[in-house]
Design a protein around this ligand. Structure first.
Ligand SMILES: Nc1ncnc2c1ncn2[C@@H]1O[C@H](COP(=O)(O)OP(=O)(O)OP(=O)(O)O)[C@@H](O)[C@H]1O
Ligand SMILES: [Mg+2]
Length: 204
């Protein structure tokens, strides 16, 4: 059993708490919060397992944090994923939400270019996400002074007839819809969306 404590803590969302895997610094362990139904995380895992069946040897699939299996911890059963770290420093990469709130760190044009690249990769490889939020994307700083945006949460889809898994026309349309739905139509639109969401949460 792996023992997790506050020194391994990275961050948390509504569903899970994320820790560095004490046995592998390039992995994280996500422990579902007590109120979360097993079925919720299970569906996401099924999608990862479907992706694992593909032959990924010839392609660069590094645009999402991959699922590595389950592990028992002192806090309950957790799921292991790739942990995203910045190349120059080795520190855990920050989310796109963080960089959108700290404009001076990475300019909007660089972020937008990286988002377009992610969109192209998702379309080409037919990888979908249900929850394309800025807090579910990491900005990995690279040694060549560029960045790569990587999906860390929300991968999968709920389509009963998964046409988008097989046909380019449907996958392209689906990813276009996802980017529009989550207000990734420009950096400005995304910032307005984040602000509106923040006001809604504070107004509750
Ligand atoms: N693979 C990763 N690499 C680096 N940081 C990560 C990774 N996964 C998660 N994090 C950090 O932990 C936080 C919470 O993780 P995650 O988004 O998986 O939780 P969640 O509860 O499923 O989120 P949500 O509220 O969006 O459902 C992220 O916002 C990010 O800061
Ligand atoms: Mg999240």
């Amino acid at each position: 059993m792996v023992v997790l404590n506050e020194k391994h803590y990275i961050g948390e969302g509504l569903i899970r708490t994320c820790y560095v895997n004490p046995e592998d610094k390039n992995q994280c362990i996500k422990v579902p919060k007590p109120h979360v139904e097993r079925n919720y995380t299970y569906k996401e895992i099924l999608y990862y397992l479907k992706l694992h069946k593909r032959d990924r040897s010839a392609y660069d699939y590094s645009f999402y944090s991959d699922y590595k299996g389950e592990i028992t911890t002192n806090l309950g059963v957790g799921q292991i994923f790739d942990l995203i770290r910045d190349e120059p420093t080795g520190t855990v990469s920050k989310t796109l939400e963080y960089y959108l709130g700290n404009e001076s760190l990475i300019d909007g044009e660089t972020l937008w270019e990286a988002l377009l690249k992610l969109k192209a990769q998702m379309t080409f490889f037919k990888v979908f996400t249900r929850d394309l939020r800025a807090r579910n994307l990491c900005c990995k700083l690279l040694n060549n002074n560029t960045i790569q945006i990587i999906i860390i949460d929300g991968i999968g889809h709920r389509d009963f007839f998964p046409l988008a898994d097989y046909f380019n026309h449907f996958s392209k349309k689906k990813i276009e819809r996802t980017f529009k739905k989550w207000h990734f139509t420009s950096i400005k639109d995304q910032k307005v969306f984040l602000l509106e969401e923040l006001l809604k949460t504070n107004g509750q």
